[in-house]
Design a binder for this molecule. Sequence first.
Ligand code: NAP
Length: 506
Amino acid sequence: MAEHERQHVRVAVIGSGFGGLGAAVRLRREGVTDFVVLERAGAVGGTWRDNTYPGCTCDVPSHLYSFSFAPNPEWPRTFSGQSAIRGYLEHIVDTFRLRPHLRLNCEVTALRWDADELRWEVATADGPGWTADVVVSATGALSDPSVPDVPGIDGFPGKVFHSARWDHDYDLRGKRVAVIGTGASAIQIVPAIQPDVRRLTLFQRTPPWVLPRSDRRITAAEQWLHAKVPATAALRRGTVWGIRELQVGLFTKWPDRLRLVESTARSHLRKAVKDPALRARLTPDYRIGCKRILLSNDYYPALTRPNVDVVASGLAAVRGSTLVAADGTEAEADAIVFGTGFHVTDLPIADRITGVEGTTLAEEWKDGMAALRGASAAGFPNFLTVVGPNTGLGNSSMILIIEAQLNYLADFLRQLDTLGGRAALDARPSAVRAWNRRVQQRMERTVWSTGCSSWYLDANGRNTTLWPGTTSEFRKETRRLDLAEYQIMRLPGARRAPAAAKEATR
Ligand code: NAP
């Protein structure tokens, strides 16, 4: 990259899902207009742009799964579908005049800390790239599909795709389709495609716990009321939020009490599946809640249809057009749909970020991700992650966490401004360790640590993905940036503001 060709911005945001667009709105509201949002795809929307599989719907009620500063009285259903949510995000771009800041088809290939200039060099796949005082990484945890390395898959003669890369040009009608996985995506796909396909074989490695879903159309009268009397929409949101806050303790402190929820899930299964053998295969043997609890009214009924087989074993190998499960069961297929999730604990963007020590974030995180207040990794100054380590939720809306992280971002920028001159803030390793210790201590009692193994846990068995508390607690923890938790970096010989000089000596 030639220095003179690069443009400098105050802030570079990476990603344009809820996190990236939320950051953009917040920057504008803080009076920061010198920023760009770098997006590798040709449109905004993040996971809600990429996941277009049949039946894709959100399992968090719409009135909570939206920004607090941009209520949408027109949500069509209590649980909205992908297109409504994607439309909402496009609407956010227009309402908050974000389009001039967007750089679409602009994939960030490398981020390198420039210690001489105290700023980030941002290389992109096309164009000269950027330099930025601050980088906000909002690439999300559900952006890079994870496909298991199944022996023989390359020799499969049919069609293969992942749930988040749905091939709409491929007609599944009349085909023998294998769906791999039984997570939140797969259980929406199965009932959506079952009526059309000739044969559907579901490879289930672990049966999920499934609860009823109380989805319904939001009436025109409700929409009218929410538009005319916004307090009613706020009340609706507040109620949904409050109920979910009250549930958190069951996951984090009293996992045994989740037994009661298991009985509701069992009765849901019993009502839908009369065949005892199939029911046995679909009955989980681990504590509910340690994997994401799924909501569906049509998943179990779809599995009882005559054109569906449930193989209670993971996909282990492929031999030509024959799929072989770990228990030896074989099935013929014309197409394979992987509903096998995402790279959550090994975020691919981390390989591309080189910090103060010349190491990548992936190298620093090789023993597990950790970031102060879910945002700042030591050795990566002026770099904040939105939806970072231990910020995920088991039962509520990620938008609440994202907005809390944006409060932290806003205070980070304010504090940088008060330092005067060119400065950077680098999380102290001791502060990151102390934060992480607290989080991991709280994690010990949770259902995620005691209930089962899941993708919430990394290769070392540590939960580096979820926040072990309520959203209000997280909001409180991220309301302000504590300067004592950071090292202040300055260019040699730069002027020091009196307050900053005091902090720097701590
Ligand atoms: P996921 O929850 O990671 O599920 C992956 C599934 O693939 C699991 O059932 C896993 O089994 C299975 N699997 C992996 N390798 C397999 C193999 N070789 N054979 C058979 N099965 C295999 O992925 P996801 O369903 O895409 O969901 C990811 C996350 O996206 C969710 O937790 C949620 O946060 C989000 N999501 C949300 C919504 C929503 O409504 N808001 C909808 C979809 C997704 P094991 O359980 O045995 O590991």
